[in-house]
Design a protein around this ligand. Structure first.
Ligand code: IFM
Length: 466
């Protein structure tokens, strides 16, 4: 495993952050005019989410956001990445804004800025308004236009104060978990429709990016989830299966965004499912408009063993080996540095931000009232060490966001998986900073102190810095 990082390994303006998403923390599902999203419907459908958990209350951030911002300031965060709930802003997914929804995020942005914390807005972290799903969801082209309309409303309200914008979080999950495997909302099992969904998500990104820029947004990007796909052995069928996983998981979205086309091999892999008839004239150019940044979410690798369906997208993966997190995911910090190097090598000089990285472990509150999550601290230290090594190799990595600021609703796993550097007691909503959170805060402080020392006048005149 990689060593933990030295604060000096990161550039002076490196952005240190933590991330969350609306449905996972906000709660207040029926308040202030919020509409219903696909995740409300999905989580309230028996059998979909472990233990019947829902996001109705979650971490109650909608009511506790002032305290949560104070907590972020105590941790010394430089940035907070949060998502806006589309159904809070446009309850039915179309038409005028619900002012109370916008007011909530506006107050949050002001509070962050008052504490010197850079707000980073994600427009879509999976909570599609349910009425849009009833009208066809992401497989329907109109959803992309609706998303752009919503983006315009949000940038109109927050664009004077928010510099960093990402349109979508992990469209791979929205398309393929939502519409093919059904493991996420809306829970459909329609592989062909899932490819149309992927295209319309990307189109929605492109149209929303236009709306953001028209609204004055400075830094516009998208967050993708990358999972390196390694062949279990060198058998040609296995190598080809790994290529297909890499194609659909990692290259499909990025090639469209950066190179203006879907990879030929992935198109061929998907030929049995779709003829790509959903592509309209001009879509490719809309999707590939220049990005200011790419958000990289990384958790683990996949080892691909055999092809279950030759020529299609479904393959088998080997059981993960080595150290595993509570999600059953292999811990592979070097995979993050390798991924960052690959993105830089193959996709050019894009500014990269790790917009999510972290791990679920079975945390307990100890007798001394602390949460001593050594495994998470080791995970973060090793992954940040891997980031530092990539930076040393010339990768333009400009920031890192731990997933997650606080424990939250982990989608189909409900509240059974804890990813936070802050522990949440769901019965009382008490927050406790875990040891990993203290470790992260110390690293941020050390980085800041070093930077201040390096730029202080006493240093530049040769006197000893204190
Ligand atoms: O909790 C999720 C998050 O919403 C999206 N990225 C992965 C995280 C952990 O599974």
């Amino acid at each position: 495993m990689s060593a933990g990082p030295e604060a000096g390994a990161f550039p002076p303006d490196f952005l240190w952050g933590a991330a969350t998403a609306a449905y996972q923390i906000e709660g207040a599902a029926d308040e202030d005019g919020r509409g219903r999203s696909i995740w409300d419907t999905y989580s309230h459908t028996p059998g979909r989410v472990r233990d019947g958990d829902t996001g109705d209350v979650a971490a109650d951030h909608y009511h506790r956001w002032r305290d949560d911002v104070a907590l972020m300031a105590d941790l010394g965060l430089g940035s907070y990445r949060f998502s806006v709930a589309w159904p809070r802003v446009q309850p039915g997914g179309r038409g005028p804004a619900n002012q109370k929804g916008l007011d909530f995020y506006s107050g949050l942005v002001d509070a962050l800025l008052e504490r010197g914390i850079e707000p980073w807005v994600t427009l879509y972290h999976w909570d599609l308004p349910d009425e849009l799903e009833q009208a066809g969801g992401w497989p329907a082209r109109d959803t992309a236009d609706r998303f752009a309309e919503y983006a315009g409303l949000v940038v109109g309200a927050l664009g004077d104060r928010v510099r960093f914008w990402t349109t979508l979080n992990e469209p791979w999950c929205s398309a393929f978990l939502g519409y093919a495997s059904g493991a996420h909302a809306p829970g459909r099992h329609e592989p062909a429709a899932s490819v149309a969904a992927a295209h319309h998500l990307l189109l929605g990104h492109g149209l929303a990016a236009q709306a953001l820029r028209a609204g004055g947004a400075e830094q516009v990007g998208i967050t993708l989830n990358f999972t390196p796909a390694l062949p279990a052995d060198d058998h040609p069928a296995v190598v080809d299966a790994a290529r297909r996983v890499d194609g659909l998981h990692n290259r499909f979205f990025l090639d469209a965004l950066v190179r203006g086309r879907y990879p030929d091999d992935v198109r061929a892999d998907l030929a049995a499912l779709t003829d790509f008839g959903f592509e309209g004239d001009g879509d490719a150019a809309t999707i590939a408009a220049p990005l200011d940044l790419l958000g990289v979410n990384y958790y683990t690798r996949q080892v691909v063993s055999t092809s279950a369906m030759p020529g299609a997208a479904v393959v088998e993966t080997s059981p993960p080996e080595g150290r595993l997190t509570e999600m059953g995911w292999a811990v592979d910090p070097d995979g993050l540095g390798d991924l960052l190097r690959r993105l830089h090598r193959e996709y050019g000089d894009l500014s990269l931000y790790v917009t999510e990285n972290g791990a679920a472990f079975a945390d307990v509150v100890a007798a001394d009232d602390g949460v001593h999550d050594e495994e998470r601290t080791a995970y973060l230290a090793a992954h940040l060490g891997s980031c530092a090594a990539a930076i040393a190799d010339g990768v333009p990595l400009r920031g890192y966001f731990v997933w997650s600021l606080m424990d939250n609703f982990e989608w189909a796993h409900g509240y059974s998986k804890r990813f936070g550097v802050v522990h949440v007691d769901y019965a009382t909503q008490q927050r406790r900073v875990k040891d990993s959170g203290r470790w992260y805060a110390d690293l941020i402080r050390a980085h800041r102190a070093r930077h201040v020392a390096a730029t202080s006048p006493s240093r530049s005149t040769g006197r000893a810095a204190r």
